[in-house]
Ligand binder design. Sequence first.
Ligand SMILES: Cc1cc2nc3c(=O)[nH]c(=O)nc-3n(C[C@H](O)[C@H](O)[C@H](O)COP(=O)(O)OP(=O)(O)OC[C@H]3O[C@@H](n4cnc5c(N)ncnc54)[C@H](O)[C@@H]3O)c2cc1C
Length: 319
Amino acid sequence: MLRALLLYLSKATWARRLLTRWRVTRRVADRFVAGDTLDDAVRVTRELNARGLLVTLDHLGEFTTNPDEARQATDDLIRLAETIQQEDLKAGISLKLTQLGLALDEALATEHLARILEVTEPKGIFVRIDMEDSPWVDATLRIYDTMRERGYRLLGVVIQAYLYRSEQDLRRLARIPARVRLVKGAYKEPPEVAYPKKRDVDANFDRLTRLLLDTALAAGAPPVSADGRVPPIPAIATHDENRIAYAEEYAAHIGLPKPALEFQMLFGVRRDLQERLAGEGYPVRIYVPYGTEWYPYFMRRLAERPANLVFFLRALVRG
Ligand SMILES: Cc1cc2nc3c(=O)[nH]c(=O)nc-3n(C[C@H](O)[C@H](O)[C@H](O)COP(=O)(O)OP(=O)(O)OC[C@H]3O[C@@H](n4cnc5c(N)ncnc54)[C@H](O)[C@@H]3O)c2cc1C
């Protein structure tokens, strides 16, 4: 109920206007966001790299509704790729196709992504296409296939365990085999397309983890690249200790080496767990968002954990 309300507010223009006007919203959001600028992103990435953690950078923005903004977002991502190279960061890029204009025109978003990959691929920088709400899943997977057909290889996708369709999608992606980030899913979805109950999502997450780890083993267990930029086939992205323990146990059971299994977490969430897993020898990648368009990202983080909302409300009362 509360989750549904917060996810509704994450998309409501009136709520965005109201909440972003309050300085306290920004203060709480800072826990999850590196800052407004590319310099902030570089600084945070350096700090994380120094602690043995890898990074994927998200230049915040989604659901672009005009072509100029989509072009601007593409230019910004190209600048990000150049900066990763110049600053020698152990980082890749995460992006959203609606940021590149998918809601306006699929062909436009496809060409924008191709422009980005023309720059990232020769530099050895990996790009992950985040997965958005269910109406975009088909187009997202289609654009991924198009880029593979055009010869791009340093590109990955995301599969959401809450969707009924995900096992089928993952089986098809396993034939490539695609580099896949597995998540539970962050959006408000109807029961026609997604498991409404958390325990069903968790069970599906473990089932998809097995499938993904088996795929990695069958492909010869490619490890994370030596420069830390290109992830292995499976990226298990969760802060749920039971899901993580399950993946660790299953990998040990089938004999998948640690460098062939990446864990991913969000900036500002469970730093202790991030460091423990990195200390055990797994690649651990932190999803670091930056930029001024932080509102919907922040609201999804509130929706994931009631304690975050309580923290926000307390800050609001204190002023
Ligand atoms: C690297 C990464 C990339 C992602 N990319 C996508 C994507 O492309 N598409 C998509 O739909 N979703 C994405 N997500 C979000 C994901 O779908 C979940 O909404 C999110 O990870 C919370 O679920 P959980 O797996 O951590 O499990 P949960 O069962 O929600 O949480 C497990 C425990 O983790 C802690 N926790 C979880 N979330 C938070 C939080 N925000 N703040 C503080 N503690 C928290 C809590 O202690 C909680 O009890 C991504 C997540 C990660 C980590």
